[in-house]
Every structure is written in C-alpha cells, then in structure tokens.
Design a binder for this molecule. Structure first.
Ligand code: MN
Length: 496
C-alpha cells in the first residue's frame, strides 16, 4: 500500500556564471555523479532526480515553482558545489513550499595534497559556498535539515534517507483523509483537538461518519468473501483459544465481515487513517479488533477512542517505516513493573495493536471483552521483539501542536503472560522510567502513541521541522531540569 519509489527528490546544485563554462561543466558532471550515487543508495528510499546546475535568480525561482507544482516531487536536496551568491536564492526559497535538505558535501573526499592548485580551489568550494547558502536559509527563517559529510558515507546516506522518509510522510499527509467512526470517547481531553488547525498545519482533513454508514457496507459483504477471509485467517495465524467449533467459526466470520466492510469503506473513500470508539458501535456485532489490527498492517493509521491525531501520526510513521525492518503500531502505555533498577512499561491496548510488530506468528484468539457490551471480539495476540523502539505522541497545546518522542528499549517478557488476551510490548524507557515518565507527563504526552521499531527519533524530529511544530525529545540524555526550561522557553518561542 505504501510505495516510496513513487516519490522523488530533486538534486539541486547552486553555482554562478563567474567561473566560466568549463568549470560549470565539471560542476554539472560532479553533481550528476552524486545524484546517481544517492539514487542508487539503498538507504535512500525515494527516487533522486538530477536537475541542471542553477546559476541565476530566474533559474532558481523557476526550479522552485516547478518543484511546488510537481506532484511526485516531495522536496529538494540542495548543495552549493561552488560559491552561489545567496541573494540569488531569495525569490526561489521564499516561494518554495516543498521541504528541503541542505547537503553539505564535496565532490572529492580528500585534499589532493600534491596536485591542489587554484583551479581546484575554485571548483570545490562547498566549505564556504554552503555557508553562504546556510545564511540566507537562516535569514529567511526556512526550516530545513542540514546533513554534513562525504556523500558516499553510510551515515550521510542514512540521514538523507531519514529526511526523505520524513518528507514522504509529509507529502502523504497533504490532502490525506482521516475517517472517524463516531466521536471521541466522552470526557477524554488529550484525544480532542483543533481539526481545522490540524488541516492548516499538517495537511490532512478529519471527517466524522455515523457508525451506521459503516454498518451498511459491512452488511453488504457476501458470504463467499467472508468464507475466503476466514480461510486466510486460519492459514495465516496460530489458532488460539475461542477459534474452534461452531462458535469460533461464527466469531471469525463476524470479524471477517467487519474487516471487509471497513476495508471497503476506507478504500472507496480514499482514507489513509481511521478511528473507532467503543461508545459508538450500534449495529456492529463486535468491537473491531482483528479488523483494525489487519488494516494497520496494510498501512492504515489508527487511533482508538476517536483519537484522530494518533491515527494520522501512526499513518505518517507507517510511511516513514515503509520497506524497513521492524513494525509500527498504535500503542498505549498500559501498566508498570516498578521494581527498582528494572522498571518497565507494559504497552498494549484493548485489542488494536498492529501485527507488524509481532515477534513470530501471532495467535488468533477470541475472548470476552468487558468494555463495549458486544459479542466476544477476535484479536491477534503476540509479543514484540527485543530492541530499540520509540513512542511518539502528538498533542494540541491550544496554540500549537507538540510532538513528543521517547526512545525506549523493548525487552522480552521474563515470564509468559498466559492470561493476558491481547498483544503486548514490554519496554524500558530511556533514560529510565522515573525520568522518562516524569518528562512525558510534564510535556503533556498522551497515553496513546505511535510505536515503532523501524526508524530512529531523528526521522520524527525532521518531520516536526518540516511541519514547523514543536518537538520534545526524551532520550538517554534526558534531564528534567533542562526539559522544564525547554518547555517554559517554548511557551515564549511559540507565543502568538
Ligand atoms: Mn485507549
């Protein structure tokens, strides 16, 4: 469902006419070589398209206009091979509405000690050409990523790849649509927010639907389609408690009809994310559990209890994660293990955790659910592999959106959890639970999150920069005194 190769970034080189045609030919040749290397780099998930070297204000403005209007262009990689007087860039950058990354690199890795002369010096001046460009970007208050190093190096390509993923998620959100079946869970604060502001700031629209609109499509699902999907369930998962016998088959058929109906509704409506709420299930036989889990695995974003901000965030994170090892899911901090020195968070939800994060084959199970007052819902039960992960939360502070990210380390449960009928993840937050939870709570982070094991926090930081929203990072170096100051100072930085 998510194919990053349909996106392209344009490789843009700045220069000027001062150096003559011979030098500019070399500039173009070097730029083509670098663009080709990035296009071929496995770490860069999108197409990299070389654009002719820019030497005049008109050409720069024209290129930026074209980028704005090119549907598959998700941003620019800008590099000043030589000195490119940056007043030339004012008109173009002012009009540019696509994200950009400033790649501070060089065509040559080493100084050719024995051969270097003034011709070489004049050709290879990114060291100061990129500073001139950096000044005008800062002077224009343009948000951008800056990536420094030799273009063939793995760390440079990895950073460019993360930026491309953030830019792809941004492009995906522009004009994106989120469907809400029902409203927010009553009285819950953090899942509320300004949907108009979200559309202005983040690009996606959020629309509510009566659950009856969904029930209608679910009821149109045929028996043959249902039977085929139940067969797929039985072939794909371990068959756990509740799935056997006539009652088990009936439960799975109900879940399959729900999945087919929801998938049809979301696909036909062009939606990328959705929410449900257990308070509004009139006409549905089960709370959608398995259906939501499998829709997430297909690339849809999801937020429970009407949480549209988390639904859109999970979708953005799924775009960022496309093609990478490690899954991405809706998640909730559920309960704690508070043993000194070994404090852990058990993350889960009532049902809706994405099997993309499962360690091994998930177990398909049907159990009673106390909440919602419906038939026993089907769900996939699994653990999450050990390793680095992160939780992200987008909250509406009233005058701005704040993205909060906590780096965590998933661990294997020390003991089985035979009576827990839901998918679960177990993690130690960085730097530790005491500091991380205090920081999260001070920052106003939600109980709902987007969880991923696919990419590092830097990708979300780049996304926040593209979106021009506040970013709060809680990692190994988190310091509560510093964080309190950051939150206090950000009130001034974002005052309006
Ligand atoms: Mn919840």
């Amino acid at each position: 469902m998510i194919d990053l190769k349909r996106f392209e970034v344009w490789f843009v080189t700045g220069s000027q006419s001062l150096y003559g045609t011979e030098t500019l030919k070399k500039v173009a040749a070097n730029s083509q070589r670098i663009a080709a290397a990035l296009e071929a780099a496995a770490a860069v998930p999108v197409r990299v398209v070389f654009k002719p070297v820019l030497t005049t204000p008109d050409a720069i403005a024209q290129l930026c206009r074209e980028a704005n209007n090119a549907p598959h262009c998700i941003g620019l990689i800008c590099w000043m091979h030589t000195f490119s007087p940056a007043k030339m860039w004012i008109a173009g950058l002012t009009s540019l509405r696509k994200p950009f990354v400033h790649l501070h690199t060089q065509a040559n890795r080493e100084i050719p000690w024995g051969a270097i002369d003034m011709n070489f010096m004049n050709l290879n001046q990114a060291a100061h050409g990129d500073r001139e460009f950096g000044f005008i970007c800062s002077r224009l208050r343009k948000n951008r990523a800056v990536v420094v190093g030799y273009y063939e190096d793995a760390d440079v390509q990895a950073e460019l790849g993360l930026w491309a993923r953030a830019a792809a998620a941004w492009a995906d959100a522009q004009g994106g649509r989120v469907a809400r079946f029902g409203d927010n869970m009553r009285e819950v604060a953090v899942t509320e927010g300004d949907k108009v502001e979200a559309q202005i700031r983040l690009g996606y629209s959020v629309s509510g639907y009566g659950v009856g609109d969904l029930v209608k499509i679910v009821n149109e699902v045929t028996d043959a389609e249902t039977a085929a999907l139940v067969k797929e369930y039985r072939a794909t998962y371990k068959l756990g408690p509740g799935t056997q016998g006539d009652a088990g088959t009936q439960g799975l058929r109900t879940a399959a009809k729900l999945e087919l109906g929801m998938r049809a509704f979301l696909t036909q409506g062009g939606f990328k994310a959705f929410t449900t709420t257990f308070e509004d299930l009139h006409g549905l036989e089960q709370l959608p559990g398995l259906a939501v889990q499998r829709l997430m695995a297909s690339g849809f974003g999801f937020g429970a209890e009407g949480d549209w901000k988390t639904a859109a965030l999970v979708r953005a994170m799924k775009v960022m994660a496309a093609g990478l090892k490690g899954g991405t899911s809706f998640m909730e901090d559920y309960t704690y293990h508070l043993v000194p020195g070994k404090m852990l968070v058990l993350g889960a939800h009532m049902l809706e955790v994405c099997p993309s994060i499962a360690a091994g084959k998930a177990s398909l199970e049907i159990h009673p659910l106390g909440i919602g007052g419906k038939a026993d819902p089907a769900r996939l039960v699994f653990n999450v592999p050990a390793g680095a992960a992160l939780n992200a939360s987008l909250v509406d502070m009233g005058n701005r959106f704040r993205l909060i990210v906590n780096e965590v380390d998933c661990v294997k449960p020390a003991q089985p959890l035979p009576k827990l009928p839901v998918a679960r993840a177990l993690w130690a937050p960085r730097p530790d639970l005491k500091v991380a939870a205090a920081a999260w709570i001070l920052a106003g982070g939600a109980h709902h999150t987007g969880f991923t094991q696919a990419f590092p926090a830097q990708c979300l930081e780049m996304f926040a920069e593209i979106a021009s929203i506040e970013y709060i990072h809680i990692g190994a170096d988190a310091d509560l005194r510093q964080l309190k100051n950051e939150l206090r100072w950000n009130e001034a930085a974002y005052a309006r």
